[in-house]
Every structure is written in structure tokens, then in C-alpha cells.
Write a new protein. Structure first.
Lengths: 275, 301
């Protein structure tokens, strides 16, 4: 739908065995189970640099588990994950973060007692390196660093149009704005891959429009690769370059929004049943 | 005139005693702020730190300036051990589970202190000023302990540094972030393990300061761990999450206690000092449960 649309036509339903340069992350034959319950079984797909990739599927299809695997909350029992051309071992969440993977959560996970500004500043933590000693006194290099990073944060605040709530403790904000602050915190990490878990859940039309615009702008202006889970099919079709569809922990379709939409398997499993 | 001076003396003594309580309360606030856990072992940590310092000095005869950094090292090692052996296995558990773990920790620490350093009362003398301020005593017949003034200065410095550290620095923000939401903290690249080691180290060092001051005042003995009980009303007054609150709470309790003892004591037969703090805390719980400076927690239902 935008400048990346060319990638859609090359491969339609099987993208697992690719090794081109522009693949950012690729998951091959990944399986994840909790005790006897299989959350993800033998799923392969990849995300290319600069694209917006949607992961859809009915409730319980394993979408969130998929994100949790990518950012290191869960470690799959089988399969490999190739990040920037390197097969990665067990990656801990904070390692994923320092590798440029940021995310938001389905039920907003903000630091409720802290102000909007402080919440976003936590996203800069990895970019700040001064040691404990300077930090204790907040002088010298620590102060300099603080100011430099604060500038970046102000830029993001302006970008997402949340100047007016800068000092408000986020616990007091309405839900839609909390979602936006969460996006801001993730953006503050200047991620290469941004994972959005239902960024528009529980929003009204106006808020959804805003959020869609922000997602497209992030992708456009910062060149950030985005993987998002979303239930609103209209939004998915509008935003995404490619869509992967999960059902009961299996992949049932993968390709451009139009192709996926017309796939019989998808209609059976998803569109026809739950919506 | 003489009466006013007496009142002033009571108030000042109370304030300084309050600072001593506040020092202990500070350790609680630190860990509570950064992990949402009430650390039952904080009092024992004060004891353990003082005991280690006194023990090292007694056994080796090394001067204080060698023994103190050594003790700080021990407290940091202790923090690391606590993370490694206890906290790491309790990620994403309820605060109450962590609280129970700290109760266990209190007993382990108390026992180890006993085994390593013996159970007799130790004298701790690292050269802190002691006795009355002579000049005031001579000229105005006004009694203040030097040690208490020293404690007040130390507390002021500690609070200043900690307040800035918590509110305005990267590590401070990370600490508060961890207290709020483990998963979200992980997702922005905060390592829980590092944070916990830092928090417990800082709490351990604060415990050492409190332990040294109390130990110098009344000897290092196992009843030292009971000063933790006095820190509780301080925390309820000041709010569990506020560093300035710990100080103000301590001061209020200190002064209130002394005033109550002097003016109410004779009416009810004395010993008001022993229960006054708890009654005050109880009253506060009824009126303002979040304390003077605590964060009001609003649960959306």
C-alpha cells in the first residue's frame, strides 16, 4: 500500500525459506508449548526491513505468544529465530531490547506512578551509559546525558502530540492516551523492530484514526519495521504490507492483505466465524 | 524562660531521635519504592551491618577506615546473594510472596550474624563524636548529644542524594519502573537482576549507616533489629513510597514521643514513649492511609 508494496508480489504464501538481505527477522519452524498445551506449532514467517507486518487470527490463535517469542519473554522449544542474518540463541528480554526490539502490550503496561515524561525517559535507559557514581549525584556526564536524551524525548512527545500531558501521572490518563504514551516509550528506544500488541483495542473511531496515522508516520519517517496484532480488519487491510494469519497456533495464510482476505482457509477460520 | 528552654530541649532531643528512626525507615522506603516489597529484614540488616563492622574491628584490630569499606563490600555481596538465591526465583510473583521471603531472610541473617560474630553485646567505636555538646551545656544548660547532631547531618546528606537519584536519573527511573511493572520494565531493556542488586546494595549501605549510629549509641546487640518496629509507624506516617516522608515521619514521631512522655507521662504513670508512636500510626491509618507523602493508589474497577 505504500513504498514497500513491491515485496508483496514476489512471494505469496511461503516466505519461510528466504535468505535475502532485506529480511530483518525470520522464524523457522518455531514451536512453543506450556506443559501439554501447544501455543505455537511449527510456524515459519519473516519480517522484512521497513515493512508493516500484521499478525491476525481469532482469540487464542497464538498471536501474543508470537510477539513474546520475538522479544524474548518466551523461548520456543523448537525452531530457530534469525535476527539480522544471525541465528540467535535464547535471547533475554533486555537483550532483545538492546538489539533494537521494542514493544507495547495488549493491556497497557505503563509505569503508572510516573509522569508521561518519566515513562518515556525509561525508554532511553539503554542509550544512557553514565555510571552509578555520577548518577547518584546527577552531575557532570550524567547531567549532560540527561539533557541530551530529554531532547530526543521531547521530539517524540511532539511527534505523537502529547505535549499537554507531559507532567501528568499516566495512571490518571484516559485509555486512548495511555496507549499513545506506551507507543512513545517504545519509540524512545529508537527501535529497529517495533511490536504492537493490539494498539487500537478499546479505542473509538477518532482515536483509531489517530493511531493509524501515527503508525504510518513512524514507519515512514523513522523507517521503523513494525509488526502488529490487530482485530480491526479494516485497519489491518489499510496499514499492513503483508499479513500472516494464525489459527490454533498454526499458520494458515501469509501474504498481501488482498490475497489473505480472499483465502478460503482464512474465511473459514476467522472472518466467517468470529466477526 | 527556664520553662521555654526546657520545652525547646525536649523538642530538639525529639527531632534528633526522630532522625535516628528516619535513618532506619529510609532503608524500608528504598526497597518498597523499587520493588513494591516491604522488606521485613531491614531491621536485621541494620544489626547485621553493625555486627559485621564491630566484628571485623574487634577480631582484626583494623582501623575504621579499613573496616568500613570492607563492611560495605560485605553488604553489596549480601545484596548479590539475596538476588541470586531468593529474588531471581520469585520474578513476577505477588508482593506478598516476596514479603514472606524477606521474613525468612530476616531469620537467616540474624542466625548467621550470631554464628559468625557471636551473640554478646559489642561496643562499636569508629570515632564518632559522643557525649554532650559542652558549649551549649555550659552556657545555656542545654543538653544535646553530639552523636545525634552527627546523625542528623548524615541523614540530611543521604536524603538529598537519594531524592535526586530516584527522581531524576536513569537508574532511579529504572528502579521506579521495576516497582511498577516487571514486564514493561523488561521490554524497555531494564535488567531486573542488576536493578535488584543495586536496590539491595543501597538499602544495605543505608542499613549500615543506621546500624553504626544506633550501635554507637547503645552498643551492637540483637535488640537492634527491633528498631525496625519503630520504623513502622514512621513509614505509616510518611508514606511507604516517599523518602522525604520517611524523614518528616521520623521527626514527627520523635518529637511527639518526647513531648508525650514529658507532658502526658506523669498523668498516666509514664512509659508513654513506648506506645505513643503506634497510637499515632493507628490514628493516621484511619484518617490518611497513604501517609503524608505517599502515593494515593487508585484502583480502577
Amino acid at each position: 500500500m505504500n513504498m514497500h508494496s513491491s515485496v508483496n508480489s514476489t512471494t505469496a504464501f511461503d516466505t519461510s525459506s528466504q535468505s535475502d538481505q532485506d529480511v530483518l527477522i525470520s522464524l523457522d519452524h518455531v514451536s512453543l508449548s506450556f506443559g501439554g498445551v501447544k501455543a505455537i506449532s511449527d510456524i515459519s514467517f519473516n519480517i522484512k526491513k521497513g515493512e508493516i507486518r500484521a499478525i491476525i487470527g481469532p482469540n487464542g490463535a497464538g498471536k501474543t505468544s508470537m510477539l513474546n517469542v520475538i522479544n524474548g519473554f518466551y523461548h520456543p522449544q523448537e525452531g530457530t529465530i534469525t535476527w539480522r542474518g544471525k541465528v540467535r540463541r535464547k535471547m533475554k528480554p533486555y537483550e532483545a531490547a538492546s538489539n533494537g526490539i521494542a514493544r507495547t502490550f495488549q493491556n497497557v503496561a505503563l509505569f503508572k506512578g510516573m509522569s508521561t515524561l518519566d515513562n518515556i525517559m525509561t525508554g532511553r535507559g539503554l542509550k544512557m551509559k553514565t555510571n552509578f557514581f555520577w548518577q547518584c549525584l546527577r552531575v557532570g556526564p550524567a547531567l549532560k546525558e540527561e539533557i541530551a536524551n530529554r531532547e530526543k524525548v521531547e521530539e517524540i512527545i511532539e511527534f505523537l502530540e502529547i505535549q499537554h500531558i507531559r507532567r501528568t501521572p499516566v495512571g490518571r490518563l484516559p485509555y486512548g492516551l495511555q496507549k499513545r504514551v506506551e507507543l512513545a516509550r517504545a519509540l524512545a528506544m529508537e527501535p529497529e523492530l517495533l511490536l504492537l500488541d493490539e494498539p487500537m483495542a478499546g479505542m473509538n473511531i477518532e482515536e483509531k484514526t489517530d493511531m493509524s496515522r501515527f503508525i504510518l508516520d513512524v514507519n515512514d519517517q523513522y523507517g521503523t519495521t513494525i509488526a502488529l496484532i490487530e482485530h480491526d480488519m479494516g485497519v489491518v487491510m489499510d496499514l499492513s504490507d503483508r499479513v500472516v494469519v494464525l489459527d490454533y497456533g498454526r499458520k494458515i495464510a501469509d501474504g498481501a492483505p488482498k490475497e489473505v482476505q480472499s483465502s478460503q482457509a482464512v474465511i473459514d477460520a476467522y472472518l466467517g466465524v468470529s466477526h | 524562660m527556664a520553662f521555654d528552654l526546657f520545652l525547646l530541649e525536649v523538642i530538639v532531643t525529639g527531632l534528633l531521635a526522630g532522625v535516628m528512626y528516619a535513618l532506619v525507615a529510609l532503608g524500608f522506603v528504598l526497597i518498597f519504592k523499587a520493588s513494591g516489597v516491604f522488606n521485613f529484614a531491614q531491621g536485621v540488616m541494620c544489626l547485621f551491618a553493625a555486627l559485621t563492622l564491630a566484628g571485623i574491628m574487634e577480631k582484626t584490630g583494623w582501623p575504621a577506615w579499613v573496616a568500613i569499606p570492607l563492611t560495605i563490600g560485605v553488604m553489596i555481596a549480601l545484596a548479590w546473594l539475596i538476588e541470586r538465591l531468593v529474588l531471581r526465583h520469585l520474578i513476577n510473583q505477588d508482593p506478598i510472596i516476596l514479603f514472606m521471603a524477606t521474613i525468612g531472610l530476616a531469620y537467616v541473617l540474624e542466625g548467621s550474624g550470631d554464628i559468625i560474630w557471636g551473640s554478646d553485646v559489642k561496643v562499636l567505636d569508629i570515632g564518632l563524636p559522643q557525649g554532650a555538646v559542652d558549649w551549649l551545656l555550659d552556657t545555656h544548660n542545654f543538653y544535646i548529644e553530639k552523636l545525634e547532631i552527627f546523625a542528623a547531618v548524615i541523614a540530611a546528606v543521604l536524603v538529598g542524594v537519594l531524592a535526586i537519584f530516584f527522581q531524576k536519573t536513569r537508574i532511579g527511573r529504572a528502579l521506579r519502573a521495576v516497582a511498577d511493572d516487571h514486564q514493561a520494565a523488561l521490554s524497555v531493556g531494564i535488567s531486573l537482576r542488576t536493578i535488584w542488586v543495586i536496590v539491595w546494595s543501597v538499602a544495605g549501605i543505608v542499613a549500615l549507616v543506621a546500624g553504626v549510629v544506633w550501635g554507637t549509641k547503645s552498643g551492637v546487640q540483637f535488640s537492634l533489629s527491633l528498631i525496625a518496629l519503630k520504623a513502622l509507624p514512621v513509614l505509616i506516617l510518611g508514606g511507604f513510597t516517599s523518602i522525604p516522608g520517611a524523614i518528616v515521619g521520623g521527626l514527627i514521631i520523635g518529637v511527639g514521643e518526647k513531648l508525650a512522655e514529658v507532658y502526658m507521662g506523669p498523668l498516666v504513670g509514664g512509659a508513654v514513649e513506648n506506645w505513643f508512636a503506634y497510637m499515632l500510626a493507628l490514628a493516621f491509618l484511619l484518617i490518611r492511609p497513604q501517609g503524608l507523602f505517599g502515593e494515593k493508589i487508585i484502583e480502577r474497577v
